[in-house]
Design a binder for this molecule. Structure first.
Ligand code: PGA
Length: 251
């Protein structure tokens, strides 16, 4: 059985006080559902604040991006070992906003995934098509490219640790979520691709999150799909009233 994983991607929101308050409320809710893995991904400047709140709780700390080099003359960057040192267990890699605004490519995603794993961080690798790509019938081609290039050169053992987030770009922050059937179809494809690169046993272990306008009123039907193992949540993760029902999706 795959442990469900619900992650809040706070993006560029929440100062230290807001981050600390929100994290406190999430910790209390997460204690009631030990069977669900809960992850909070604040901005870098609030990592330490959130770390202190989630310490000794089941909630895990994640970052929103990282660079693949460990150290050196790379002004403005942060590395996997430094995130580990800051208390992170996970890191989001290749989010569509990074692909869109910061020139992230499948090749840079691959480098980052490798560096994250080498430092002992769990990468949440994001894949997903844009609306024009979906309308042109390219979902399978785009998702396959993201998957195969992003995971290139990794062993089955490494792949078994990775979390995949399927995030159709047209569903992110738009209020238009993929239907459970649309999401399941792509999640099934992702699991097939995982089997191709790492064998069926590993593919069964890997958790695949859905992301894109996940809300309290659609989480249950999404999570009921056989290949949806969690959610990567933006907007609804910014308020306890909307994130706690996601954490407690079973109740
Ligand atoms: P959203 O964002 O929940 O606001 O659509 C999801 C994401 O970008 O991870």
């Amino acid at each position: 059985m795959r442990t469900p994983i619900i992650a809040g991607n706070w993006k560029l929101n929440n100062n230290q006080e807001q981050a600390g308050d929100l994290a406190q409320q999430i910790v209390e809710a997460a204690r009631e559902v030990p069977e669900v893995e809960v992850v909070l991904c604040p901005v870098y400047t609030a990592l330490e604040t959130v770390r202190r709140v989630v310490e000794h709780s089941p909630v895990k700390l994640g970052a929103q991006d990282m660079f693949w080099e460990e150290s050196g003359a790379f002004t403005g960057e942060v590395s996997a070992p430094l995130l580990k040192d800051a208390g992170c267990s996970l890191v989001i890699i290749g989010h569509s906003e990074r692909r869109q605004f910061f020139h992230e490519t499948n090749e840079t995603v691959n480098r980052k995934v490798k560096a994250a794993l080498a430092a002992g961080l769990i990468p949440i690798m994001c894949v997903g098509e844009t609306l024009p790509e979906r309308e042109a019938g390219k979902v399978e081609a785009v998702v396959s490219e993201h998957m195969l290039n992003g995971l290139a050169g990794l062993s089955s053992g490494e792949i078994s640790k990775v979390v995949i987030a399927y995030e159709p770009v047209w569903a992110i922050g738009t209020g238009k979520n993929a239907t459970p059937d649309q999401a399941q179809e792509v999640h099934q494809l992702i699991r097939k691709l995982l089997a191709k690169v790492s064998g069926p046993e590993t593919a069964e272990k890997v958790r695949i999150q859905y992301g894109g306008s996940v809300k309290p009123d659609n989480i249950k039907t999404l999570m009921a799909q056989p290949d949806i193992d969690g959610a990567l949540v933006g907007g609804a993760s910014l308020k306890a009233e909307t994130f706690i029902p996601l954490v407690k999706f079973k109740g």
